[in-house]
Design a binder for this molecule. Sequence first.
Ligand SMILES: NC(=O)c1ccc[n+]([C@@H]2O[C@H](COP(=O)([O-])OP(=O)(O)OC[C@H]3O[C@@H](n4cnc5c(N)ncnc54)[C@H](O)[C@@H]3O)[C@@H](O)[C@H]2O)c1
Length: 328
Amino acid sequence: MYNNSFHDINITSKTFLVTGGAGFIGSNLVEYLLKYNAKKVVVLDNLATGFEENIQPYLQLPNFEFINGTICNMEDCEKACIGIDYVFHEAALGSVPRSIKNPIATHQVNATGFINVLIAARDAKVKRIVYASSSSVYGDSKILPKVENQIGKQLSPYAVSKMTNELYAEIFSKTYNMEIIGLRYFNIFGPRQNPLGEYAAAIPLFLNAILNNEAPTLNGDGEQTRDFTFVENAVQANMKAMFAENINTQGNVFNIAVGERVSLNQLIEILKKLTGASVKQIYREERMGDVRDSLADISKAKTSIGYEPKIKIEEGLKHTLDWFKTHY
Ligand SMILES: NC(=O)c1ccc[n+]([C@@H]2O[C@H](COP(=O)([O-])OP(=O)(O)OC[C@H]3O[C@@H](n4cnc5c(N)ncnc54)[C@H](O)[C@@H]3O)[C@@H](O)[C@H]2O)c1
């Protein structure tokens, strides 16, 4: 992947920290940064939900460093920020159900860990932080498509933790004169997304089931919709947000999606078409804390940072399928 660079910025003199860089989105960012010869890429990750395998190809590179540590520990954050120009903050405990089962763990990593990263970045005089927020902050808002300044009430501890990030980002940027930008990701999917375990996301879960000739299980009637976004688009958004000039960097947030929605039933049909499988899906009860429909208005990211999602769902699923076939 990443055969085209997303900007004309030369990153060979720039140093980056990617928290959560051994995870799905983080490792895709690392892949991009190293492909375009960043001067240095540091990953801070405690492998809670990520895998060393995701960064294995880079461990021997002289411009790569893996710190096996936690954002819950300030010393680890300080160490990771030494000599860093730019921070991509991806580390978090994802999943709505995980946060309902263990809200304290979600809060400690996603909210307190976030402040640790901000403080360490502030003290290291980092130039800009781009962090992962989530479409879950829209909560019970029925407005479609979702526009950045119209959010509802969050529906889960996970969503609250991401909302907390946005509140702290704004206050820190204003109080300590920092540049901090949040990206509200909408259902990102692609290579290296973990299909295993009880908190796996829909696309890797379904793909894994279908490839193993098992019936994918859907929560609810399958008519809920999502703005599924291929990870390459998310990497592009991160790079554009990091290097955009003349934009508000004081806690600004952008929707990162494609701007099209697909129901889970439609998603299953596309996957069946791509794989040639004939399995029949199973339905079970709806899941607590889930939103019914999700669709992003991405015009703000387009006009402010020049984000232009290049890969639509079907093409993204083809790339993802190719990767899954060789890994699972
Ligand atoms: N994947 C999506 O659709 C999606 C949607 C909205 C928001 N997000 C957010 O994007 C970010 C990346 O998500 P992802 O899908 O790549 O998930 P992921 O679980 O693959 O990656 C998260 C990474 O953070 C690491 N991590 C967890 N706790 C840590 C800690 N205490 N210290 C250091 N590292 C820690 C994990 O080991 C993992 O490598 C997260 O902040 C997530 O909340 C993802």
